[in-house]
Design a protein around this ligand. Structure first.
Ligand code: GUN
Ligand code: ZN
Length: 443
């Protein structure tokens, strides 16, 4: 059960504003809130404050002194069924889809495969310090239902919805017809949109897999249902971009295909956004659409280098995402480290603060959920993770030699992974602990 009063002791760190991309202020500066050796206070699953002194035995106390306490990470783009094909060798996007991904996703037509896969996936997120995610299941309604059910049972914030695809995909992986897709989307919305911490997204796989008629159906639903999200892929790979130009000769650009269908807006989250031009970037800003940057995926599939500064300069917002199984790790720490490297290849040295922001508060803002997740601000739900500052001889030595908070956090980002995670809390309830079997999860 959720303890009435919970206090977690450690070095509390969160973001309170968006730092500049290259901000490396040694002590964090105004965007960063760091209170070493404090107690984070949680009542009935919600953060109520923090203090330096022990709150006493009216509180369930979790003493993690000497450890780092962060808001749970938010993954703004990840594929549940693709845990099965993570780390598949030797392909670019389009042949990777054909060779590995589509065959794997076909299995999720089966409700039991979907249930087992979704539960394993939700547990894996928690074991990587990710407490909220925008998730692609498969085209099968049972897979979307299983994803919502698995995260709902764990109290997690999840945005998902059955994937739309009605062409350029193998048998067993296409919507039967427009009516069935519409019916299944509406059933998912009726069952899950606004249920607990669930929200539904119109999930357009990508323009090549949907006919213009299906994109129009998606746009109609976006106009009709309040607070519905839209998630898709855009401009990831050059062959893909060429293909979209052939399939949609009237569109000005790949992004414009979605714009014409009424799919851009403040609740639209588009993954990758590598091969864009200035007009595309301006359109993203103008519509308030959100970019999910997936650096481990972009490196692994050889897709290209997303230009974060150009997007930010145009006024478009960027958050971080794993994009597993194109991405190589569910860890948002590994994702931050890869994001640093992708920008370094373009001569930009991201600060640790912008990296942390893009996986916490910035991602919460991208999903319009910063009143609920992304920080340790009173009023937010207690989605909180406890991390070791360092494990092993290399990390320990580097951590001990760090002179400033930025140096310490940057080394932590660069050297850490899920093995540094000690405990994961979701809405004030323990959902993962290192080296422990978890208690049963039902109420
Ligand atoms: N574009 C269309 N589908 C996918 C997918 O599953 N993964 C990635 N990385 N890109 C896509
Ligand atoms: Zn993806």
């Amino acid at each position: 059960p959720v303890p009435d009063r919970l206090a977690i002791r450690g070095d509390l760190l969160d973001l309170v504003a968006a730092p500049a991309l290259t901000d490396a202020t040694p002590d964090g500066g105004a965007a960063v809130r760091f209170t070493p050796d404090h107690w984070l206070l949680v009542e009935r699953g919600r953060i109520v404050g923090r203090q330096a002194h022990d709150p006493g035995d009216a509180w369930q106390r979790e003493d993690h002194r000497g450890r780092l306490v962060l808001p749970g990470f938010i993954d703004t783009h990840v594929h549940m069924p693709q845990l099965d094909v993570i780390a598949s060798h030797g392909a670019d996007l389009l042949d990777w889809l054909d060779t590995y991904t589509f065959p794997a996703e076909r299995r999720y037509a089966d409700a039991e495969v979907s249930r087992v896969g979704a539960e394993a996936f939700a547990d894996a997120l928690l074991a990587h310090g990710t407490t909220a995610a925008a998730v692609f299941p498969t085209v099968h309604a049972v897979s979307a239902d299983a994803m919502a059910a698995a995260t709902h049972a764990r109290g997690m914030r999840c945005i998902t919805g059955k994937v739309l695809m009605d062409r350029n995909a193998p048998d067993g992986l296409r919507d039967a017809d427009a009516a069935s897709a519409d019916r299944e989307l509406r059933a998912g919305i009726a069952r899950w949109h606004g249920t607990g911490r669930q929200a539904q997204a119109v999930t357009v796989r990508f323009a090549p897999c949907s006919t213009p008629q299906q994109l129009a159906l998606a746009g109609r639903l976006m106009a009709e249902v309040p607070d519905l999200y839209m998630q898709t892929h855009v401009a990831e790979n050059r062959d893909e971009v060429r293909w979209v130009a052939e399939l949609f000769p009237d569109a000005r650009s790949y992004l414009d295909v979605y714009h014409r269908a009424g799919l851009l807006g403040p609740r639209a989250v588009l993954a990758h956004a590598i091969w864009l031009d200035d007009a595309d970037r301006a359109l993203l800003a103008e519509t308030g659409s959100q970019i999910a940057h997936c650096p481990t995926s972009n490196l692994f599939l050889g897709s290209g280098l997303m230009d974060w500064q150009a997007l930010q300069g145009a006024g478009a917002a960027v958050s971080l995402a794993s994009d597993v199984g194109g991405g190589t790790s569910l860890s948002m720490v590994r994702t931050m480290a890869a994001a640093y490297q992708v920008q370094a290849l373009q001569g930009v040295k991201l600060g640790a603060w912008a990296l942390l922001h893009a996986a916490t508060l910035g991602a919460a803002r991208a999903l319009r959920l910063d009143h609920e997740i992304g920080s340790l601000e009173p009023g937010c739900l207690a989605d909180v993770c406890v991390w070791d500052w360092a494990t092993g001889p290399v990390g320990r030595r580097r951590d001990a030699l760090a002179q400033t908070l930025h140096e310490r956090i940057f080394a932590w980002i660069t050297l850490s992974d899920e093995r540094h995670l000690v405990q994961t809390w979701v809405a004030g309830r323990e959902r993962h602990r290192r080296d422990a079997t978890m208690p049963p999860r039902e109420e």
